[in-house]
Design a protein around this ligand. Structure first.
Ligand SMILES: Cc1ncc(COP(=O)(O)O)c(C=O)c1O
Length: 381
């Protein structure tokens, strides 16, 4: 089967957040994390069939999607989950908010790796909970959670550890051994772990593979809430379907009672798209990974050839985390914007000297953006 990720697709006028905000300007928008790729044909067909049915009423979570998720977890990760451990969500972000609010008490403390996808911090601050950031450290070209620092930040009332694996930004895929060390700290200090694994399908490094932290052992699984979704990997955030896998009955009840009282279920179309993606989207996903590897190689080459830019190994995701601190720019993303590329500012994730580049686009667009970025770097004085 062949898939054409180079096919140009005009997203103007389609209400795309990424493209609409800067419409009408000569700016390549490579910021917010969706891609410019059409979803697999199987997903589009399934949606078309459901739209033709014409009834969009209240919906129960489909048993066959629960089964498909459990079967996939077993196949990909050797992770044995029960379908009833799955709690559906319209997106991963409400799951982050729910985890912080329901799994820690107002007087308890949260640990937060940094830099991190901005909604983690927002979830903690809006709950609100006391928290400490644990700065990721660069070791052998990978951004890692520093265990010594993690232990040093613990307080007697620490309750919740938030984890993002694969990491956004930073693009790390944690190894089993690294996860075991983190899990053992959580066990020792009786922490609940909320692990956002939305990028699990997007591992680019052939030597790495995703390990859900909850899959390490039953004792670990009982303290975990794992957030997953096909939204990133199959480019479905506009229809939206996500879930939490929670083995422990007590944690699951706490998480889902408030969730069901306040947050809407995924839409009917979200369920349809997720099921079709998991049942029939595997060849498309493999082809997309190949294409993204090619895009990543272009970025790595541009960064290596450009004075003042560096990046760690991009093991996963379609988000390149680029250190531009040596360019000594007062406002890095505004500088790149002025040279025709919209990037996500590092400050949004807690690291002002960085920018995040979304490489989930046609190679022709990416190549032009990379040339503009190189020019912006040489114009930086
Ligand atoms: C780590 C992470 N979690 C959650 C999300 C958003 O997920 P959703 O659109 O399902 O709420 C993103 C999107 O960039 C992300 O990178």
């Amino acid at each position: 089967m062949s898939f054409d990720f180079d096919a140009p697709i005009d997203r103007h006028g389609t209400w795309s957040l990424r493209w609409e905000r800067l419409a009408g300007r000569d700016i390549i928008p490579l910021w917010v994390a969706d891609t410019d790729f059409r979803a697999p044909e199987a997903v589009i067909d399934a949606l078309r069939r459901r739209v033709e049915h014409g009834i969009f009423g209240y919906t129960v979570a489909p048993g066959e999607l629960r089964e498909a998720i459990a079967a996939r977890a077993l196949r990909l990760y050797g992770w044995r989950i029960q379908p009833e451990w799955i709690v559906f969500l319209p997106g991963v972000v409400p799951g982050l908010h729910m985890a912080v609010r329901e799994l820690s008490a107002p007087d308890e403390h949260v640990l937060l790796p940094e830099p991190i996808y901005q909604h983690f911090r927002r979830a903690v601050e809006r709950a609100p909970r006391a928290y400490d950031a644990v700065a990721l450290v660069l070791r052998e070209g990978r951004w890692l959670l520093d265990e010594e620092q993690l232990v040093a930040r613990l307080r007697s009332n620490s309750r919740l550890l938030l984890l993002c694996n694969p990491q956004n930004p930073g693009a790390t895929v944690y190894t089993r051994v690294e996860l075991e060390r983190i899990a053992s700290i959580a066990e020792h200090h009786d922490l609940v772990i909320c692990s956002d694994e939305i990028h699990a399908d997007l591992v680019l490094d052939p030597a790495a593979s995703h390990v859900p932290i909850a899959s390490l052992a039953r004792e670990i699984s009982r303290r975990c809430v794992t957030l997953m979704s096909p939204n990133k990997s199959f480019n479905l955030p506009g229809v939206g379907c996500a879930w939490a896998v929670i083995e422990d009955d007590h944690l699951r009840r706490r998480f889902s009672t408030e969730l069901h009282a306040t947050v809407h279920d995924p839409s009917l179309l979200g369920y349809v798209a997720a099921l079709a993606a998991y049942r029939d989207g595997t060849p498309w996903l493999a082809a997309q990974i190949d294409y993204l590897r090619g895009n990543r190689d272009r970025v790595v080459a541009m960064v290596a050839a450009t004075r003042g830019m560096t990046m760690a190994r991009m093991q996963a995701t379609y988000l390149a985390w680029i250190d531009v601190s040596r360019l000594a720019l007062r406002d890095p993303d505004s500088h790149f914007l002025a040279h025709g590329v919209a990037l996500s500012p590092g400050a949004q994730f807690g690291a002002p000297g960085f920018v995040r580049l979304n490489i989930g686009t046609q190679r022709r667009i990416l190549e032009e953006a990379l040339q503009r970025m190189a020019r912006a770097a040489s114009a930086a004085g």
